[in-house]
Ligand binder design. Structure first.
Ligand code: GMT
Length: 380
């Protein structure tokens, strides 16, 4: 198949999933065309069958705001026509689904050269639970989702939420996020001992959190949990990623007098190595449709302590791959963490289960679900 994929090219989870999907599809022999305003971050290295088309946005004094949605639609039209695409796949509904709708209608309306291209929208999370609900977007969002030829959501939670909040009775296929389990696996001690020595010189346990430090990630709860854990278990905390909450988090760690035991690492490429030396992954989010970062940790055998929101309970099975607590219940999260770090037998079992759960969500298991869905939609 020839598929046009549009996503946000930056570090966000939706862009990561879209790019990894495109790469996996290309390796399975499909021709993939990424259409975006910048090269997706994860599109590093050469893979045959992958093309990248940049959306150019011309500035003009009259256009106070860049007209990206229109420029994107025009690029989708151009790429579909020139490369004879079979399907467009929009990741994150705003504004990608709307641009794809426009592209489809333009291509259909041409009298001499009418093209019947279908488009699929994959809902990722905040496009539904946050941004899409703003009155300035809601009617357009509802329309674009309803007019998609196929819609997928990354969890059952997100499917139900979309149908309820947008009053949509359209069929939505749940296709969970996936992980490359050959790349995301616990590196052996020999390979990571330098990291371990540097981060925990006296053999302390390592707690880890990765995110974009937006308020909904509740990174301050991570620090509060660590503060409690540290009183009972010799430990360190590594915080990977960057974003608007970072300064407040640094301030809180100084107030709690634990700054020296926390490493703010910023954005990191060596994620697998860092996860491989970690003991517990913390994700106390206020909203999380899936929790890709938790899946990455689980693939490296790291049990997860999470909040109970959104799609997290579908991924992190309470008592099997980690533990779940209510949003903001720092004491319970700390209690669960301490329990695991002081019971080696239980820890080993949960660590093994976490990896097993990640294997269920492997690229090899999930990518064919997209292929089947594509075939179903193209076949009409
Ligand atoms: O919230 C983020 O970290 C970014 C955001 C995105 O769309 O780029 O992530 C959403 O999509 C991810 C991939 O499907 C999911 O794993 C995240 O749970 C989801 N974030 C939220 O729902 C808050």
């Amino acid at each position: 198949m020839k598929i046009g994929i549009t996503c946000y090219p930056t570090y966000g989870g939706s862009g990561v999933v879209a790019t990894e999907l495109g790469k996996a599809l290309a390796l399975r022999g499909h021709e993939i065309h990424f259409i975006s305003y910048a090269m997706p971050t994860r599109l590093n290295g050469f893979i045959d069958n992958i093309f990248y088309h940049e959306v150019e946005i011309n500035s003009y004094p009259l256009f106070e705001f860049p007209l990206y949605s229109i420029a994107l639609a025009s690029k989708m039209v151009e790429v579909t026509r020139f490369y004879e695409l079979d399907l467009l796949h929009a990741h994150y509904a705003i504004p990608h689904a709307t641009s794809a709708y426009l592209a489809r209608e333009i291509l259909k309306s041409e009298t001499n050269n009418s093209i019947d291209i279908k488009f699929i929208t994959t809902l990722h999370g905040t496009d539904i639970t946050l941004t899409g609900l703003e009155p300035s977007f809601l009617p357009t969002m509802k329309f674009s989702i309803e007019k998609s030829d196929g819609v997928t959501a990354v969890s059952k939670f997100l499917k139900d939420k979309t149908q309820q909040q947008y009053k949509i009775d359209k069929e939505i296929e749940v296709i969970p996020n996936f992980i490359d389990i050959n790349n995301y696996k616990r590196e052996n001690d020999e390979k990571t001992k330098c990291f371990k020595k540097n981060l925990a010189p006296n053999g302390e346990k390592i707690l880890v959190h990765t995110s974009n430090f937006r308020p909904l990630k509740r990174v301050q709860d991570v620090i509060k949990v660590f503060d409690e854990v540290k009183k009972k278990v010799d430990s360190k905390l590594i915080l990977i990623g960057d974003g608007p909450e970072r300064s407040d988090c640094e301030r809180l760690s100084r107030e709690l007098d634990i700054f020296d035991d926390i490493k703010f690492m910023g954005k990191q490429d060596a994620l697998v190595e860092l996860l491989s030396v970690s003991d517990i992954f913390l994700i106390p989010s206020q909203s999380e449709s899936f929790g890709l970062s938790a899946l990455e940790a689980m693939a490296c055998g790291v049990p997860v302590i999470s909040s109970s929101v959104g799609g997290l309970p579908e991924l992190n099975l309470h008592g099997e791959t980690g533990y779940i607590a209510e949003i903001g219940d720092v004491d319970r999260m700390a209690k669960y963490t301490i329990e695991l770090l002081t019971n080696q037998k239980r820890y080993d079992m949960l660590s093994k289960n976490a990896r097993k759960r990640a294997e269920e969500l492997s690229e090899d298991n999930i990518v064919p679900m997209y292929e089947n869905f594509y075939e179903k939609i193209i076949g009409g």
